[in-house]
Ligand binder design. Structure first.
Ligand SMILES: Cc1cc2nc3c(=O)[nH]c(=O)nc-3n(C[C@H](O)[C@H](O)[C@H](O)COP(=O)(O)OP(=O)(O)OC[C@H]3O[C@@H](n4cnc5c(N)ncnc54)[C@H](O)[C@@H]3O)c2cc1C
Length: 385
């Protein structure tokens, strides 16, 4: 392990010193760590390893804007900002690492089965536009005829859908690989298969131990996904995230059929069609359930009957990192300045913002006031009298 900063007497012998430590090498931690090394900070990225629940290796790969932030305009803006940062991030990662993450942002469609779904969707999109205010929110409701032109193979039950120009998709495994490669190439130190045995926090002075190895830094970012719930209190933070299971099915490859990703269906660059994803409250159970898989497949076939002819070649489940209200948690510790936390259930979509906007705030030592609504303080409900 490289010593980034020489010992200054504050710490014990043998301790490795960095400018920043990020705990968690999933999409959130890797994007932030990449952003930090790009800011010139000597950064260590610690990851527990394959014993952990990793949403970053089991997700759907959407860069999805159109349903994010209903009733929470700050979240809508944050998601839009991330979608705007995405092309820069993808281009930079491609140029620096040679890993093409396969970003496409042609806009996206959410389909509706039946008039009731269509009306509810329309109301939701109208609310998003109202909440966007001067910032604007471009969307259209497409009727069946318009959709049929755009999406060949549409089933008879589809009544219409919503479209926004902001949505897209990406190969999220290549994204994870590119972030790690980019991090390492800029001098970041990746420390895998380490579970933290102890953590000591002082303002701008954090020490972590794992076995005999110890590391220290004046800044720390907790980005350990579901692991943040246990880690946060050690640093004066709160991250009450819970697991939410999602199951996904993947078909064999077929010719390119759709020009845009579709909410719960997307065709990869390689030609597979991904069908997903369930939303199940089953704790830390990562099992797969045939009845849930059946529901996913049935809805896909109702939407596009030709999917019935394709073989399912893969299926998996993974656990989302879900805050109580579904919106991201970003915080800085008042008790221990220099400690930050980051949790979200859309770590693919938000990678642009994490690398290009959040990491520079951490490097500067404080979150921008625009991040205040994301604080976990919003969960502090006064006890009933
Ligand atoms: C089925 C499904 C579909 C999804 N679809 C989408 C989508 O289409 N678009 C989108 O934007 N998002 C999607 N997501 C969400 C997205 O995958 C997550 O938001 C993102 O992966 C979260 O990344 P993370 O780094 O916070 O968590 P994780 O990927 O869980 O990574 C956390 C890491 O922290 C490490 N860790 C944990 N505890 C410790 C510890 N104590 N010490 C050291 N390391 C620790 C673990 O080893 C792990 O690698 C989906 C998720 C699921 C499950």
């Amino acid at each position: 392990m490289r010593v980034v900063r020489s010992a200054d007497g504050l710490y014990d012998r043998g301790m490795k010193h960095y400018d920043a430590i990020v705990i968690g090498g999933g999409l959130v931690g890797a994007a932030i760590a990449y952003g930090l090394v790009r800011q010139g900070l000597g950064t260590a990225l610690i990851d527990e390893g394959d014993v952990a629940f990793r949403a970053s290796r089991g997700n759907f790969g959407l860069v999805w804007v159109q349903s994010k932030g209903l009733g929470a305009p700050h979240y809508q803006r944050w998601t839009r900002l991330s979608a705007e940062e995405w092309p820069k991030l993808a281009a930079e990662l491609g140029a620096r690492t040679g890993v093409a993450v396969g970003l496409e942002q042609p806009g996206g469609v959410q389909l509706c089965l039946g008039e009731e779904e269509f009306a509810a969707r329309h109301a939701m999109m109208e609310q998003m536009r109202g909440e966007a205010g001067n910032f604007g929110f471009d969307y259209r409701m497409l009727d069946r005829d318009e959709l049929s032109e755009m999406l060949p193979g549409l089933g008879p039950k589809v009544t219409g859908g919503s479209w926004t120009p902001y949505d897209g998709h990406v190969n999220s495994l290549y994204l994870l690989r590119a972030l790690h490669k980019g991090f390492a190439e800029r001098g970041g130190i990746y420390i895998p298969n380490r579970t933290i045995d102890y953590a000591a926090a002082q303002p701008n002075d954090f020490r972590l131990g794992s076995g005999a190895a110890e590391i220290a830094a004046p800044k720390i970012v907790l980005a350990a996904g579901l692991g943040n719930a246990a880690l946060a209190p050690l640093f004066g933070l709160n991250a009450p995230v819970r697991p939410q299971r999602g199951q996904i099915l993947v078909t064999e490859r077929t010719e390119r059929v759709w020009p845009v990703p579709i909410g719960s269906l997307r065709q990869t660059l390689e030609g597979s069609i991904m069908l997903g994803a369930s939303e199940e409250e089953v704790g830390f159970d990562t099992g797969q359930k045939p009845e849930v898989m059946g529901t996913i497949a049935r809805r896909a076939v109702e939407t596009f009957p030709f999917i019935a002819e394709l073989q399912i070649v893969r299926a998996w489940s993974a656990l989302r990192v879900m805050p109580p209200d579904g919106k991201p948690i970003y915080d800085e510790s008042e008790k221990f300045p220099g400690a930050f936390t980051a949790n979200c259930h859309s770590g693919v979509t938000l990678a642009g913002a994490h690398a290009n906007v959040f990491a520079p705030m951490v490097a500067a030592g404080a979150l921008d006031p625009m991040m205040m609504p994301f604080s976990a303080k919003r969960f502090d409900v006064p006890a009933a009298a």
